[in-house]
Design a protein around this ligand. Structure first.
Ligand SMILES: Cc1ncc(COP(=O)(O)O)c(C=O)c1O
Length: 424
């Protein structure tokens, strides 16, 4: 991968016609080390958030040795770029062929399930293996999340006891519980509440669990969504774990996706046309801007302009714009608002930030677009949960003040005590 010092250097040297994805491996490294140092258990990276080889390699180099995978191609990717890592197949619905391939070809022994049928499938497809770790995915409240993941997976409370008991009886290896509080969780206490729910399910079933997996959901920074400190989330998990009905050796796991990679990528797009407050770009909802279109997240933006042999950052009075992507589909619309200098014009470049999670990963080739090159850059992300940049996004004053009011400061926002213990 070619490296430029900043996105502006790339614009100056290359005036790219196609979108360019910027990779910031240092941002992945810092986030990975923060989780390793502060989470009092095992950190599994949720590969789906960003399966780029440079991400997997950077995580592995920075101590992440466990990966949450959802498909055979993700397993193959981890096997190739982080060989020897531990993998957990956490998709609650898998084909028999995928289970068998994971177990027999790649040594995957951890599998998630949320039905009796899936439990049976895993037992049969692994030939009644005795070394399995079976994780029962529970449905929990997604109240604190900006992106609910509770609709599709997770056994409901009234059915959980029977499934937990059946799983305990079926495995000669380990068993555990997992859940997902929803992505971009804005409320740290959601984890403690979910753990209390999980504990009640365990008690009702009368089983002991070997693993508690608190899933993903750890947030990043977006305009209008400025979360509390990451340390507050881990404090909530510590409190939740201390109150759970589990044994002394029960392991604690987490599966962050977004939090490890969101800051680490942005995309450079070119303005093809300006029509009033609409900017037509060469990337859109079928490219890296899925969430900007479908959940209407207003990602942060910066304007750059080629000026002769030079490239400059364009400042000036801001106004809100909306974007259209390059395809012919009218869904290819990102309402924003995206605050840009009002004299933005055709030929300008817009860097759209905080797209490392579920952004560059969503790229399709629909209509012949989406063929983005990736280059590394060395500048800071537009915002950071880990001290690489501010924890708010620079916006016009009125919007900025509103965002700052949203930064919920809980009692102890500083650092965290060292990772000295796994339990109580
Ligand atoms: C099972 C599982 N674990 C972890 C994640 C990662 O979630 P996040 O990116 O919100 O941390 C997801 C996201 O869909 C998931 O389905």
């Amino acid at each position: 991968m070619q490296t430029y010092h900043t996105p502006l250097d790339l614009v100056r040297e290359r005036s790219p016609e196609r979108p360019v994805a910027f990779a910031r491996p240092d941002a992945v490294a810092v986030a990975a080390r923060w989780f390793q140092d502060n989470f009092k258990g095992d950190v599994f990276y949720a590969v789906k958030a960003n399966p780029s080889p440079w991400v997997i390699e950077t995580l592995a180099k920075n101590g992440v040795a466990s990966f949450d995978v959802a498909s055979v191609p993700e397993i193959e990717l981890v096997a190739q770029y982080a060989p020897g890592s531990r993998m957990a197949f956490m998709h609650p619905v898998k084909s028999r062929a995928a289970i068998a391939k994971a177990y027999f070809d790649h040594g995957v022994t951890t599998f998630a399930l949320d039905t009796h049928e899936e439990l049976q499938k895993i037992l049969e497809a692994t030939g009644g293996a005795k070394d399995l770790t079976l994780m029962v995915r529970l449905s929990v409240s997604a109240e604190g999340a900006s992106y609910s993941l509770s609709g599709k997976f997770g056994v409901e409370a009234h059915e959980a006891a029977a499934l937990l008991l059946a799983t305990r009886r079926a495995t000669q290896g380990k068993m555990g519980v997992s859940f997902h509080v929803g992505s971009q969780c804005m409320r740290p206490t959601a984890f403690q509440a979910a753990m209390a729910q999980a504990s009640r399910a365990i008690v009702r079933a009368g089983v002991m669990v070997d693993v508690v997996d608190v899933g993903g959901g750890f947030p990043s920074v977006y305009p209008g969504m400025v979360p509390p400190d990451m340390a507050d989330y881990l404090d909530s998990i510590d409190r939740g774990f201390a109150d759970m009905m589990v044994h002394e050796d029960t392991e604690l796991w987490c599966e962050p996706g977004r939090a490890l990679v969101a800051e680490a990528s942005s995309i450079l797009t070119k303005v093809e046309l300006k029509k009033g407050d609409a900017l037509y770009l060469n990337d859109g909802s079928y490219g890296s801007l899925f969430d900007a279109a479908h959940v209407k997240w207003p990602f942060p933006v910066k304007l750059m302009r080629k000026d002769g042999d030079q490239a400059v950052d364009v400042e000036g009075p801001l106004r809100p714009f909306r974007f259209y992507g390059p395809t012919c589909d009218s869904i290819d619309h990102m309402p924003g608002p995206f605050w840009l200098p009002e004299d933005v014009r055709e030929g300008d470049y817009i860097e759209i930030g905080m797209l490392g999670a579920y952004g560059v990963a969503m790229n399709t080739r629909f209509n012949g677009f989406g063929d983005a090159e990736t280059v590394a850059v060395e500048d800071a992300p537009m915002a950071s949960m880990f001290g690489l940049a501010g924890r708010t996004i620079r916006l016009p004053r009125e919007q900025q003040q509103e965002d700052e009011r949203k930064v919920v400061r809980l009692s102890r926002p500083k650092g965290r005590a060292g990772k000295s213990r796994r339990r109580r």
